[in-house]
Design a protein around this ligand. Sequence first.
Ligand code: SME
Length: 148
Amino acid sequence: MDYKLLVEQFNALSEGVNEQVTVLANAASLLYCSLPDLNWAGFYLARPGELILGPFMGRPACVRIPMGRGVCGTAAAKNETLVVPDVHLFPGHIACDSASAAEIVIPLHTPGGALFGVLDIDSPIQNRFTPEDRAGLEAFAKALEAAL
Ligand code: SME
């Protein structure tokens, strides 16, 4: 996967766009349409004590995730990227789409460093997300933070 090109495409799409929902919606679509073997790509946004569903591509998903719950809530509470090779082995995984087998969740921050939300990407294939995917998607997340 050419993550450098993906970041360039994202930057071109979001240049001059001052609406967060617009930036996030196109980012979700770009990721979903560019990365092979995904069944969900999108955002959960930080609210007091919980995450709420943001723009995404894929099947309808759970609307609220308490901080510290599931993969998304755990990544948000720990403020660190989580790569889960097999979601069925993750304690407390929230199964929004039964097709999901692997997942990566990357926290996003405001310019001041507060938690903005998380980028959540799901795949129907176990072990889908390699260290290269993690590095590429963390670079994508940095570009996203700069555009918000
Ligand atoms: N599986 C996630 C919930 C969100 S869906 O994957 C879209 C979790 O455990 O946090």
